[in-house]
Structure formats: C-alpha cells, structure tokens
Ligand binder design. Sequence first.
Ligand SMILES: C[S@@+](CC[C@H](N)C(=O)[O-])C[C@H]1O[C@@H](n2cnc3c(N)ncnc32)[C@H](O)[C@@H]1O
Length: 320
Amino acid sequence: METTQVQVAKKLTDEHVAFLENVMMKGGPEQRDYKTFNQLVNSLDESGIEELRDILSPVLNNTETMHGFAYSKPFGYAGDFKIIDMIYENKVTSDPRYKNWDIWWNSEYASRAVRNRKDYFINICSELEKKSEGPKEVLVLGSGPATDIYEYFVKNPDSNLTFDLIDLDENAIEYAKEKNRKFSDKMNFFRINVLRFKTHKHYDLIWSAGLFDYFKEKHFIYLLKKYLPFLDENGEMVIGNFSSYNPTRKLMEALSGWYLNYRSDYDLYKMAAEAGVKGEQMIVNKEPLGVNLFLRIKKSEESFIEFREPISKVAEYSVN
Ligand SMILES: C[S@@+](CC[C@H](N)C(=O)[O-])C[C@H]1O[C@@H](n2cnc3c(N)ncnc32)[C@H](O)[C@@H]1O
C-alpha cells in the first residue's frame, strides 16, 4: 500500500487488512510504513479500532512488547513505573517477531517527549543546584521509577539536593528504591495519594511529570492550591502535562488504551490563575517537540518579572 492511498474510513477496508497482515508478518511496521499506519489509525472510529485490535492481538496480548505491556496494564493502570522506565531505556525486544513494533513505539512523538521531559527535569535540578550553595529540598509528586533522579545523581554524585518522593503504588516505590539504592541517603519515599500528603516542610522545588495529565481540572486546581504553600519563599513548582498537540494521541488510545487529559498553554495558565497564581509568577515551557508542557510557578510574585512581556497576556486569565 502506498502511503498516499489511505482514505478516511471508519472501518477497516480489505486494503487496510492486507496492509496490517503484511506488517504482522514483518514483525511490525518498518519506517516506511509509519505514516500509513498513523493515517490508518487516525481514520478509524471505535468499531474500526476494535477490528484493528483483533488483527494486532498477538502483539497487544504479549507483555514482552511495549504495545502489549501498555495494552495489558499488568499493574492495573496506564502509565505505570515499568512502562515509563522501558520508554526511558528505549527497550526493544530481541524477539524478531516483535522487534519492529518496539522500534516504532520508541520512535513515536510521545515516547521521545517522555525522554525529553527527563532531560528537562535534570536541567531544572542543575539550575537549582547552581542557584546558591547549601542543601536544597525537592518534592516529587508521582515519582514512578525515579529514573530521572537516578540519572541526576549519576551525573552529580556530590549533589546537595535531597528528594522526598510520593507515589501511590507500592510496586513503584519498591522499584525506585532498588534502582536508587546507591543514593538512598538522599531520598525519602512516601507511599500515599498526593491528594492526602501533608508536611510541615518548605521545598525549593516541587516537581511532577506524568501525573497531572490524569487529573480532571477540579483536582488539578486543588493540587496547585494544596502544594503551593509547601514551597519555600524562593521555591518553584513545575508541573508537566501532555500538550493538546500530540501526534501520537490516537495511537496511544487505540493500541494502548492510554487516555490523558491533554492541555494547551492557555488551559495551564487558566487553571493556575484559578488557583490564585498571578501572571508574573507563572510561565509555560515545553520540551523540544512541544508534546510535553511544563507549568512553572514561582512562590515569589516578582520571580518571572524578566519574562513579563511574553506572558503579560496571562493577566487576563487572572480571576482575582
Ligand atoms: C506516568 S508515571 C510518571 C513517573 C515519573 N514522574 C516520571 O515522569 O518518570 C505516574 C506515577 O504516578 C503515580 N500516581 C498516580 N496517581 C497517583 C496519586 N493519586 N498519588 C500518588 N501517586 C500517583 C503512579 O503510581 C505512577 O508511578
């Protein structure tokens, strides 16, 4: 099938089926098939997606593959610590029947954006470390495998940062503890729902990625209000959220049953304003692909003053 031949269709055509069967025989799509595959998936309605899942069932039911692991959800929910860590590791099965599937998975926008957000976090930690001498405290909400922290410590063995990590999943905590064994003196784990965590501490940085995308607007705003008082006077909160621009969205939903609350810069500014944050206090960054957004909020109202021009229009979202 030529890439240009895929028509907008709701169900699978005979041509689609032939294409998919060929892809299955090859152990997954080759690079030249990616565009066709994406177009095909984007053209399907729910019944077409069911047919597609049927044809791909040997992959979707095989937890040794990235698609199969994501689709089967062995830990009971989408985006568990293990799939996230496999994305960080660019994991590709050695089984030739499935290898191309994993190569494709890892080359998609969403996977690359997840790896980019780890690099973004490592940069934020470096910036924090350079800001001033002395110990600094970081709180991580929904810490998962804590691979980002592991890589930070590997690069910065003399770091002055200590991390408090919150995750609801006991398996995630055990996995992250084992992975970070060498750095255990700089990490404290809390197995609790972020909605219920309490502390008397004040943090230099509160970071969260891959968590707020699962919360509805009401809980997103509630969490901003809850955690902002836990920031130090010069502290900063950085919240990641998948952008409304995610070319992998339909693939994630169709082949992995992975649904997120996608948000724009505007959505993030608006929710922060509703949580009482002033325009000068916030800015939205993105990783190089623009697929992961980061809402940055400083405790001090004047902190983003140097960026006032580009974000001045956020004042109009202010609810106060
Ligand atoms: C997609 S992973 C992201 C992990 C990590 N932040 C990263 O980017 O590598 C989301 C993590 O949040 C945890 N989680 C989900 N809901 C939570 C909640 N309400 N409270 C605490 N942790 C939660 C999950 O157990 C999972 O480990």
